[in-house]
Structure formats: C-alpha cells, structure tokens
Design a protein around this ligand. Sequence first.
Ligand SMILES: Cc1cc2nc3c(=O)[nH]c(=O)nc-3n(C[C@H](O)[C@H](O)[C@H](O)COP(=O)(O)OP(=O)(O)OC[C@H]3O[C@@H](n4cnc5c(N)ncnc54)[C@H](O)[C@@H]3O)c2cc1C
Length: 246
Amino acid sequence: MSTAAAWPTFVSKLKDRKEVAERTIAFRFEKPSGWGFKAGQFIDMTLLDPSETDSEGNTRGFSIASGPHEETLLVTTRMRDTAFKRVIKTMPIGTAVKIEGPFGDLTLPNNASRAIVFLAGGIGITPFRSMLVRAATEKLPHHIFLFYSNRRPEDAPFLEELQILERENPNYNLIASMTEMEKSHRSWDGETGVINQEMLTKHLKDAGSPIYYIAGPPAMVKGLHEMLHKAGVDDDDIRIEEFAGY
Ligand SMILES: Cc1cc2nc3c(=O)[nH]c(=O)nc-3n(C[C@H](O)[C@H](O)[C@H](O)COP(=O)(O)OP(=O)(O)OC[C@H]3O[C@@H](n4cnc5c(N)ncnc54)[C@H](O)[C@@H]3O)c2cc1C
C-alpha cells in the first residue's frame, strides 16, 4: 500500500469474474492484508494501461459489494458499451488495476435502536449487499428492511443470495418487487410494481421511525427521494449514495 497519497492506494489483481444478473458482472479482486473498509463504502478503480480508452477516462467509482470480512474485494457493474467496461469485461484474470479508498459514509449506525430501510433499484444494491453480509456475519441487532426493485428477476443482482441471507438473519426482511414480469421467463410470487408509499406502509407497520438509505443511478435516487418526501419523511432521516456517471 502506498503512503504517498492522502488515502490508501494499492494495485490489485482480478481474481474472478461472474455474471450475477443479465448484463451485470461481479468482479473479485485481491484484497491486500492490512487494508480495510466499512460496509457500504466505495473505491475508485483505475485501469492500468488499458487496451482502449475514451473521453470518460480510465477511472470509475464503485461501491464495495463484499462484506468487510470477505477475503476478496467485490465490485459489480451493469455492462454498457463503454471503453472502461469493454476492457474490464475481457481483461485476463490476473490483470492489475489501481484502487484508491475507501471513501464514503453510507454505513450502518452503531446505535441499533431505529429500524433501517434500504431502498435499491438494480445496480444500487451493491452497498446494501455489503451491509447485509456484515449484519448477518456479525449477528448485528439492527432491524433492516430491504426494498429491492427490478424489472424482472433476471435483472436483479444477488437476488437469490439476498433471499438466503433473509433466512440467516432474523432481523432482516427482503421486499423484492418486479415491475415488468410480463417480460420474464421466471415465476414470481413477490411484490410487483414500483416502490411507492403504499408498499412502504404495508411492510413497515411495526418499524417505528426508520432511517432510510437510497443508493443507485441519479434518476432512481431522485424518484425514491421524492417519494419519501411525499410520504413526509424528513431529510435528516434519509441517507443517499448517488452513482454519478450513470
Ligand atoms: C459513490 C459511487 C458509487 C458507485 N457505485 C457503482 C456500482 O457499485 N456499480 C456500478 O455499476 N456503478 C457504480 N457507480 C457509477 C460508476 O462509477 C460509473 O459511472 C457507471 O458504472 C457508468 O460507467 P460507464 O463506463 O458505463 O459509463 P461512462 O463511460 O462513465 O458514461 C459517461 C456518460 O455517458 C452516458 N452513457 C454511457 N453509456 C451509455 C448507454 N449505454 N446508455 C446511456 N447513456 C450512456 C452516461 O450516462 C454518462 O453520462 C458509482 C458511482 C459513484 C460516484
């Protein structure tokens, strides 16, 4: 790890790459010993000497999707036809990238007295996976509700894993909702439609006064933020991570 920068900077090798939903790939990188982060934080990743580049450059911010105790560093992204993503999708296992961070404070509070409500659409799930893995591993007392909206189950990164975590952690409730099941080849008996005030009211009856977390592309964050405002939630009780660049 370099000490020259104001924050930790290191070079890490790609260990593994796996599709976790349609057009969505999870990348596992080596995690250097002695480097740590809080569940919910993000890193900046820079491709070193990539085979192609474009006007957006070689660096992207990614929420860390793995829990702090996991051996490797997991980032997950929607694949789009940009130079950065073409390179990361095809670069050989063992290729090195530069990582800076961790950054950000979208983390769980120490005090578990208030319920936590995560609102995620699609790729916005990444920081929440990290916090949910942490909560299950450390058996945290926080009561966590995850509202997770996707078009179809095929588009929902980590859906099965998030369902399994629900069985492992009695303090966690998953409310997954699909908005375009008519285009799906899978069966679905969960919620349908966008996350709205009615859906929150139905599932948060006994949640008291929760703290809300929103993460994801700016348009999705804006929609959910407005929905919370209309529901009368104060900004003091809303924490946001916007995936600028989408
Ligand atoms: C704190 C933070 C956390 C983040 N976490 C994640 C994460 O966990 N996972 C993740 O995937 N991303 C995350 N991002 C966003 C990430 O850094 C990239 O900006 C994003 O993945 C888009 O990168 P790109 O290479 O596809 O597009 P870029 O090349 O960066 O796109 C540049 C511009 O072109 C537009 N554009 C490019 N391709 C298309 C297209 N096909 N259709 C429409 N418009 C297009 C974009 O809207 C953008 O305005 C995070 C960002 C921040 C700031």
